[in-house]
Design a protein around this ligand. Structure first.
Ligand SMILES: [Zn+2]
Ligand SMILES: [Zn+2]
Length: 272
């Protein structure tokens, strides 16, 4: 008898990774080095998602060299969120149709679970290529799109070689799944819980807890107002770790032309 889940193959693979991770965590021993590895991987991968996939590739909010662009692409794909091209395509679509029927992960259109991960189990998650021609012109991004799981696979094998099965499950897979769900909270919870500074015509919210979890992405209402801004925390107390790291990288000369929001908006944010 054939088990029919009614899901596209990538949707099934996504659920299967959750099952493998849960089984591995029950079977393998948690060790301190493996948990430290998970923490470092989570931080690095989340930076790859926020600074790389989101702020650089989807929104072009700063500039860099071709070599460091490749570093950002590899960091972005370490967490196996398909490819730079896939990620940027869907994200640009989200900003264009935010919370309207065309938005594939709007919690007000189809509910929080669907916005969080349900859409990834459907054909709605196939590649949206019509708005990423700037990225498809870059051969190394096309290569990474074709071999989309290569960076994450190398990271997984390295975790296993260095720290055995504990490193694979309590390090790599734990951090991988945590990075996924932290990223997804911005599509789901950051459009439901929090405050709205700007009337953006959608349900985007600013949320400190989500900002801490995702290195700064929780200031999502700010972001929907000025999506090309490199910073998402506008007020001094709006902690934005990815922006802080990008400022250090700018000081080192690795990135430049960081786009800031207009001065009057920063002033408005500072006043509360
Ligand atoms: Zn949004
Ligand atoms: Zn965005």
């Amino acid at each position: 008898m054939t088990l029919r889940l009614g899901l596209p193959p990538r949707g099934r693979a996504f659920l299967f990774i959750h099952v493998v991770t849960a089984a591995g965590l029950l079977w393998a021993q948690p060790t301190l080095p493996a948990l430290a590895w998970a923490a470092v991987q989570y931080f690095v991968c989340m930076f790859g998602v926020t600074a790389g996939l989101h702020r650089y590739f989807a929104h072009r909010s700063f500039k860099t060299s071709r070599a460091f662009q490749l570093v950002l692409a590899i960091l972005g794909q370490l967490s196996a969120q398909r490819s730079v091209i896939w990620w940027a395509g869907h994200h640009r679509h989200h900003h264009r149709y935010s919370d309207r029927p065309e938005d594939v992960h709007s919690p007000i259109q189809r509910g929080i679970f669907y916005a969080h991960m349900g859409w990834l189990l459907t054909d709605a998650a196939e590649v949206d290529r019509h708005n990423v021609s700037d990225l498809e012109r870059i051969p190394e991004l096309r290569f990474l799109h074709r071999w989309r799981l290569l960076p994450a696979t190398i990271l997984g094998v390295t975790s296993w070689l260095l720290l055995d099965w504990s490193g694979l499950f309590w390090g790599f897979f734990l951090a991988l799944v945590a990075t996924w769900h932290a990223t997804f909270t911005i599509n789901s919870l950051a459009h439901v819980f929090g405050t709205q500074r700007f009337d953006t015509g959608d349900t985007s919210r600013n949320n400190l807890w989500l900002a801490l979890l995702t290195l700064g992405e929780g200031w999502h209402n700010n972001h929907h107002r000025y999506m090309r801004s490199v910073r998402q925390g506008f007020a001094p107390w709006e902690i934005d770790i990815s922006y802080g790291i990008l400022r250090v990288l700018a000081w080192l000369g690795l990135v430049w032309e960081l786009r800031e929001p207009p001065t009057e908006v920063m002033e408005l944010a500072r006043r509360g």
